[in-house]
Design a protein around this ligand. Structure first.
Ligand code: NIG
Ligand code: FE
Length: 427
């Protein structure tokens, strides 16, 4: 029998960032709304049955008739001198891999580019062998270790892509590993099929045959077995062409799956022609054009920026976040956790990069890492802000001011993570 989560009360919170918006317009946060923190000083949050039931000042909490009667039944966390915010929503990760790519790392230090390394047999294709050979149980352990570490860094919802198997069998095995890991982790996992990550070696020169496997085998099976909610495509030089991405999106649509894409990371790729598929998110966008920015500003598709990849590839340029935000594009931040371009599980590190290299303000970075991540995964009705009725997913940071979260880079100041109204503990 499942035990009911006991009531949990967070009290004396120095800064409670609810991320509640004063504006009533539904949809992802954009422009000035991306700076709204919904801050309460000396705040309290009450969680019951895994949900948030009340949010307000300590004064209000102490007056609450239910609490006055039941305080002895409630577990309390004293958050004096601390900041509480919604658990991070990491809306772009690739956790199903076996080994770090240390050879690529060293080659890049020696001056080779991501594309040169991939062309010489490194890159995504070099991660396939391990994953194809691995038993599902080993993959589950890899994914679970990543999820636990993410939770220790304050992340409570994670999008997880397949994409290092690149055969119907090993892509489905990867999705099964994600599903199994998710059952052993209290947070929320949103699975994505990225069968179209690159064309595997055995299909080089006949990519259409591979696209057909993605469309006619991987997508129908993933949909029928409910192994994925989204289908992703890496559309860029060295990966898939725009017409191939369209075929894959059409197949996803036909099977009732939503879409998202890696676009404009390495070179300028088309953006606007994909908007007709109503993607939840388009990601990377390093080389996005002004025209594309104007089009994105008119849509609810989220632009998910992943500056960890720019940092780790040692690039001088970062996606034009300032330009996008000022034009009204809804922007999210994610780790892009993967072995090739972004081996980090820390949303705080990504937020730090967003502030220092993309000139996002700490407030914008926080909204992009919480509520807009939730929009990018279409779970904003239950995630991404601290409001009555939403899931009780919270991060407690041992800092006095929320701006310290991106300020202290490369260290973890998350002290407690609450998932579904219960304190997360790694084991
Ligand atoms: O998001 N761009 C495509 N996919 C990953 C890289 C994957 C890898 O190099 O293993 C990314 O950066
Ligand atoms: Fe990625």
């Amino acid at each position: 029998m499942r035990r009911q989560t006991p009531p949990l009360l967070l009290i004396n919170i120095d800064q409670l960032l609810t991320l509640r918006s004063a504006s009533h317009s539904a949809g992802p946060r954009r422009g000035p709304a991306l700076r709204e923190r919904g801050i309460i000083e000396n705040g309290a949050v009450l969680c019951l049955g895994g949900k948030i039931v009340s949010v307000g000042s300590m004064k209000d909490a102490l007056r609450d008739p239910w609490l006055r009667k039941n305080r002895n039944k409630v577990t309390e966390i004293d958050c004096r001198g601390k900041v509480v915010l919604p658990g991070f929503v990491d809306s772009h990760t690739h956790p199903v891999f076996v080994s770090p790519r240390l050879l690529d790392f060293e080659k890049r230090i020696g001056g080779a580019s991501y594309e040169e390394i991939a062309a010489a047999g490194g890159g995504i294709r070099s991660s396939l062998k391990d994953v194809r050979r691995a038993g599902k149980r080993d993959l589950v352990e890899k994914v679970l270790a990543a999820l636990r570490d993410m939770a220790a860094h304050g992340t409570t919802t994670v999008e997880a892509k397949s994409g290092y198997g690149l055969s119907a069998e090993s892509e489905l095995k990867s999705l099964e590993a994600i599903r199994e890991a998710a059952t052993r982790w209290p947070g929320t996992v949103i699975p994505t099929l990225l069968g179209a990550h690159v064309v595997p070696k055995e299909f080089q020169g006949c990519s259409q045959k591979y696209v057909e496997i993605v469309c006619k085998e991987m997508i129908p099976q993933a949909a029928r077995r409910k192994l994925a909610q989204f289908v992703d495509v890496f559309c860029d030089s060295g990966a898939f062409r725009a017409d191939e991405a369209e075929q894959i999106f059409a197949a996803a649509e036909q099977h009732g799956l939503s879409v998202r894409a890696h676009l404009s990371q390495l070179s300028r790729t088309p953006v606007q022609q994909f908007l007709r598929f109503n993607p939840a998110s388009l990601d990377h966008l390093d080389h996005v054009s002004d025209d594309d920015i104007s089009a994105l500003a008119r849509h609810n598709t989220v632009a998910t920026l992943v500056p960890g990849a720019n940092y780790f590839l040692g690039l001088k340029e970062y996606p034009p976040a300032r330009k996008m935000i000022d034009a009204g594009v809804p922007v999210a931040l994610a780790t892009d956790y993967n072995p090739g371009t972004s081996p980090t599980r820390s949303m705080a590190m990504v937020m730090s990069l967003a502030c220092t290299h993309m000139k996002m303000s700490p407030e914008e970075a926080i909204a992009a890492a919480t509520i807009n991540g939730a929009w990018a995964l279409r779970v904003a009705d239950r995630k991404g802000s601290i409001e009555p009725g939403k899931d009780a997913d919270l991060a407690v940071f041992a800092v006095e001011d929320y701006r310290e979260i991106p300020y202290w880079f490369g260290m973890n100041r998350c002290e407690t993570t609450v998932i579904g109204g219960a304190v997360f503990s790694p084991q």
